[in-house]
Design a protein around this ligand. Structure first.
Ligand code: ADP
Ligand code: TRP
Length: 323
């Protein structure tokens, strides 16, 4: 199957991005033909400093490599290295009703957060549809918050096929792949972990920073001996993601019976996070010491991605009469 997904370089990646997205990317690269990219065109809707965008694009690319995305198995590229994307976005926008974009929750949320109501932000889902349709993707691994964008992608593809396909399928219809169990990773304040809430633990935060941030996780004020509800406690829900099975069972039992303090769980969680990402931290140091290798991976992937994209774009151009 053709797998495809992207991640915006709008900040350093955090453990919500890891469990909600990157871990699936890594799992799916083994048995499939996977395409993953750093969505820097999309990030332009929020990052307005050229140097910063370049640096973040590089950082996210290296983060993906360090975590185990393997350039031998997957095509790991940068979105803007395939400018065909923006041409397809235009073709798609000509069949996209305004109403579909007006009902997008992510647009409304971003406006509420204070981002200016610009056309790029409004048309963001059309660019995302172009990303997906350009590679004939079958399956798109994403977090829960991207579900609506995947539905719009399918709607746009169906509509283009209907308007311009003449009975032929111009675009393949993709499916979202969302793991419900890790649908939302909580942040330090108990809300969804997100760059925009300033409640993240970054994958490559320094160990000292991780220990410090974990201490800030909000809990109630129950004393050690009191029984506690693991289901509703975001500290436990984070611990669950990192703990080995026997540690998890032990902590869960002591939550329910009483006899465990939040301080102990925080200490254990901090060490578990540091240990989990230690090998990736080493990989990262290695990539950072060899930027020319990063550039070589990026160039080779861009060529592969462009070759795939060209075929689909030509099909779309021919179908609507501009090629
Ligand atoms: P952020 O909210 O920090 O800006 P993005 O919107 O850039 O994160 O998300 C990138 C990917 O990571 C998406 O697939 C998204 O669904 C996933 N993701 C982000 N935050 C979380 C979270 N807290 N829990 C699960 N998945 C997440
Ligand atoms: N909108 C996605 C996010 O914020 C990133 C993205 C851009 C994407 N293009 C994509 C995800 C194509 C999947 C497929 O997380």
């Amino acid at each position: 199957m053709r797998i495809l997904s992207g991640i915006q370089p709008s900040g350093a990646l955090h453990i919500g991005n890891y469990f909600g997205a990157l871990r699936q990317f890594i799992d799916l690269q083994r048995e499939n033909d996977a395409y993953y990219f750093v969505a820097n065109y999309h990030a332009l809707t929020s990052v307005r400093d050229a140097e910063q965008l370049r640096a973040l694009t590089f950082d996210v690319f290296v983060t993906m490599l360090s975590l185990g995305l393997d350039p031998e198995k997957a095509t790991l590229f940068v979105q803007s290295d395939v400018p065909e994307t923006t041409e397809l976005a235009w073709l798609l926008s000509t069949v996209t009703p305004m109403g579909w974009l007006e009902k997008c929750v992510s647009y409304k949320e971003k406006i509420q957060q204070g981002l200016p109501a610009e056309h790029g932000l409004f048309a963001y889902p059309v660019l995302q549809a172009a990303d997906i349709l350009l590679y004939d993707a079958d399956l798109v691994p994403v977090g829960q918050d991207q579900k609506q964008h995947l539905e719009i992608t399918r709607d746009i593809a169906e509509r283009f096929n209907r308007v311009h396909g003449g009975g032929q399928e111009v675009f393949r219809l993709p499916e979202a792949y969302i793991l419900e169990a890790v649908a939302v990773v909580p942040g330090l304040d108990g809300r969804k972990m997100s760059k925009s809430y300033n409640n993240t633990i970054e994958i490559f935060d320094e160990p000292a920073t991780i220990r410090k941030k974990v201490k800030r996780i909000v809990t109630d004020s129950r004393p050690v001996e009191a029984p506690k509800d693991p289901e509703t406690d975001s500290l436990f829900n984070l611990f669950r993601l990192f703990a080995a099975a026997d540690d998890l069972a032990e902590v869960e039992r002591r939550y329910r019976e009483g006899g465990i303090g939040y301080g102990e769980v925080k200490t254990r969680l901090g060490e578990a996070i540091i240990a989990r990402f230690a090998p990736a931290r080493e990989q990262r140091a290695d990539w950072l010491a060899h930027p020319e290798r990063v550039a070589a991976v990026r160039d080779a992937a861009a060529q592969r991605a462009r070759a795939t994209a060209r075929v689909v774009l030509d099909r779309a151009r021919a179908a609507c009469g501009v090629g």
